[in-house]
Design a protein around this ligand. Structure first.
Ligand SMILES: Nc1ncnc2c1ncn2[C@@H]1O[C@H](COP(=O)(O)OP(=O)(O)OP(=O)(O)O)[C@@H](O)[C@H]1O
Length: 281
């Protein structure tokens, strides 16, 4: 890994500045020369076929993975140059909504939502914790009676809403949603989409939404990034095939983008058939 302190400072004013990032994992180049600036208040959907590097990109953005090359800056500060303490403090400005909600099974819903508050250096009084937990549960449309339950007693959609309440309780500046609607029926998916929009209406949060759900990408985002697997590109091709508003996806100049958003396999089917043929001899 190169020392990013030797790179010239050029603050772009973006909340997140992904500056020429490449990532090699197990000898395979997953991300190459990625440049993305995300301004405060934007909701960015990250789309692309399975294995193209969406999750690796998202983890690099929040400092869970260190890029092999380049740097990521949050609010002008390079994540790679932060001490562990600074990184932990910065991550407290992020909220994570995980695909499977990632709740603690042994804790009640109340304690799950209160969890980030319990990690604060200065513990707020219990009456304050209670007010905040109950308000956040109400904001995601969960009844008061849910507070005493355990995650196993709730439906998948309810658990996702608990995960959202927990992610928002510290009023994060950045919220990262990992497949927020996967596994939900269309109505519950739309409830989650509305909650994402509602959160943005309530305060100027910046959001990254990694999703396979084109309805979600179109509905909640004001910007879409479409990644393509690095190994299927020519060396000089950009790995981001689309960067623009969702309204322009349908008529994107790149055929691969149009095929993806319409759910058409196109030549991918031929490619896969050829791969199977070559394996089977
Ligand atoms: N920690 C890791 N170590 C080694 N390889 C990894 C690691 N994480 C991801 N990869 C590889 O990086 C590639 C991209 O993975 P990633 O999870 O980012 O894809 P994705 O676009 O999020 O896919 P999906 O939509 O299926 O979740 C895959 O080939 C994966 O095997």
């Amino acid at each position: 890994m190169i020392d990013d302190s030797i790179l010239p400072e050029s603050d772009t004013g973006a909340l997140i500045d992904v500056d020429n990032v490449s990532m090699v994992l197990n000898g395979q180049c997953i991300l190459q020369d990625i440049n993305v600036q995300i301004t405060r208040g934007q909701t960015v959907a990250v789309i692309g076929e399975s294995g193209c590097g969406k999750t690796v990109f998202m983890k690099t953005l929040v400092g869970l993975l260190n890029p092999t090359r380049g740097r990521v800056r949050f609010d002008g500060q390079s994540l790679g140059q932060m001490s562990q303490g600074e990184l932990t403090a910065t991550r407290r400005r992020f909220g994570f909504v995980f695909q499977n909600a990632a709740l603690f099974d042994s804790m009640t819903i109340y304690e799950n939502v209160a969890f980030p508050l319990r990690q604060e250096k200065v513990q707020p009084p219990e009456s304050d914790v209670r007010n905040r937990v109950m308000r956040h549960l109400a904001e995601v449309g969960l009844p008061t009676s849910a507070a005493a339950k355990r995650p196993a007693e709730l439906s998948g959609g309810m658990r996702k809403r608990v995960g959202l309440a927990r992610a928002l309780i510290l009023k994060p500046e950045l919220v990262v949603y990992d497949e927020p609607t996967t596994g939900l029926d269309p109505i519950m998916s739309d409830v989650i989409n509305e909650l994402i929009l509602d959160t943005r209406r309530r305060y100027p949060v910046t959001s990254i939404v990694v999703t396979h759900d084109m309805h979600t990408a179109r509905k909640v985002s004001d910007r879409v990034l479409m990644f393509f697997p690095r190994w299927r590109l020519e060396p000089d091709d950009s790995q981001i095939l689309f960067d623009g508003p969702p309204s322009e996806l349908e008529n994107a100049p790149d055929r691969r983008v149009r095929q993806f958003v319409r759910g058409e396999a196109g030549e991918r089917l031929d490619e896969m058939t050829r791969q199977v043929d070559s394996i089977s001899g």
